[in-house]
Design a protein around this ligand. Structure first.
Ligand SMILES: *Cc1c(COP(=O)(O)O)cnc(C)c1O
Length: 379
């Protein structure tokens, strides 16, 4: 089965008892047991739910893994994955990962004795140099948020295997449509399914996939023990979203290319960050490991132009956090998603006050261009 067919027919594509083509929402906390102590397939809703299970099989299949796990949010998924490690273990983390991941690491996980070193995972030497005797894993995102930096997954996985480390990739920005980290050598792939997988800005969820039975057994134990599982209603909504991932991504990316071409020739725009930018630093690696360039574009306004006026003057494109929905969303990272990072660190990482992040939706590109044009004219 090819990818777009898998999105629709992959996992468990019809209800096992009724044949319903849309998997029903099994809204139940427990299941009747016919015989005492006979280890039934379904026993309790945290441990397993048929709707959630269908979703879990689906993410496993579309990420090219064998085992999938659904959580109440991307953050819950990340927490469960880090819970594979123990006090005294050391993990190498990319320096541009999601802000909430840094918060989880610094304010929660360090209190439990996990050790972390933050490195620029584009720099393979820096990754290798950071490895210690107690290092257990390398955790990264590519492309990153908001500067869309690209790291070479297969090179990092190669280094990891030499040193017997696990490679963990947050694949939220790329989506399985564009990038399959497991096929590139990663051991675990995870998602904030709140973004492109759900795709309609109406559900908060997290997903994990792996092909490794031992990791899967441990993750199942942790999912059931920690208990931050995705409910059956949200599991259903997410499956419905995933079915159209392919058609959505095609339009998202077509629109993003059109908007990139427009911004590139705009006198009021400075630097543009987009994995499909042929002059961009990560272009060759992106071309090698991704099937498409995604639909997030970050760009700076030229000096003296105020991003506040620009974003507030947009009429169609929503000023909002989050990304990956069918509607175009725009935000100013230093005021919104990245405001918690001290200004000097932010500037050192290349996130300037003039930076704007645009998540390109699936509207008609003419309307998006018209909106951008009138907002540029107003500044
Ligand atoms: C949003 C996001 C998360 C966190 O996911 P939630 O579903 O909001 O908990 C993690 N990683 C990336 C890259 C994200 O964009």
């Amino acid at each position: 089965m090819k990818f777009n067919t898998k999105l629709i027919h992959g996992g468990i594509s019809e209800d096992q008892t009724t044949g319903a083509v849309s998997i029903p929402v099994y809204r139940t906390s427990t299941f009747h047991q016919h015989k005492l102590g006979a280890e039934p397939k379904w026993e309790y809703g945290r441990t397993g739910n048929p709707t959630r299970h269908s979703l879990e099989q689906l993410i496993a299949e579309i990420e090219g893994g064998k085992y999938g796990f659904a959580f109440a949010s991307g953050s819950a998924a990340i927490h469960a994955v880090f819970s594979l490690f123990s006090s005294g273990d050391h993990i190498i983390v990319g320096n541009d990962v999601y802000g909430g991941t840094f918060r989880l690491i610094n304010k929660v996980l360090k209190r439990f004795g996990l050790e972390f070193t933050v490195v620029d995972t584009r720099d393979l030497k820096a990754v290798e140099t950071a490895i210690r005797e107690n290092t257990k894993a390398i955790y990264l995102e590519t492309p990153t948020n908001p500067l869309l930096k690209i790291s070479d997954i297969s090179e990092i996985a190669r280094i990891a295997h030499v040193h017997n480390l696990k490679t963990i990739v947050d694949n939220t920005f790329a989506t399985p449509y564009n990038q399959n980290p497991l096929a590139l050598g990663a051991d675990i792939v995870l998602h904030s399914a709140t973004k492109y997988l759900g795709g309609h800005s109406d559900v908060v969820a997290g997903l994990v996939a792996t092909a490794d039975k031992k990791i899967a057994d441990e993750l199942f134990f942790l999912q059931n023990s920690i208990g931050s599982v995705l409910g059956p209603d949200d599991s259903w909504l997410l499956m419905r979203g995933i079915k159209t991932l392919g058609v959505r991504m095609r339009v998202h990316q077509e629109n993003a290319q059109i908007i990139f071409d427009y911004l590139k020739n705009n006198a009021k725009v400075g630097k543009i960050y987009y994995p499909g930018n042929p002059d961009g630093e990560g272009y060759e690696i992106a071309k090698k490991q991704m099937n498409g360039f995604g639909a997030i574009i970050s760009f700076e306004l030229k000096d003296g132009l105020d991003p506040k006026n620009f974003v507030e003057n947009l009429k169609l494109i929503d000023l909002a956090e989050s990304l990956g929905g069918i509607e175009s969303l725009i935000e100013v990272p230093v005021v919104m998603t990245h405001s918690a990072i001290p200004r000097d660190i932010r500037l050192k990482n290349g996130i300037r006050d003039e930076l704007i992040r645009l998540s390109v939706g699936v509207e008609d590109s003419e309307d998006l261009l018209d909106d951008l044009k009138q907002a540029f004219a107003s500044i």
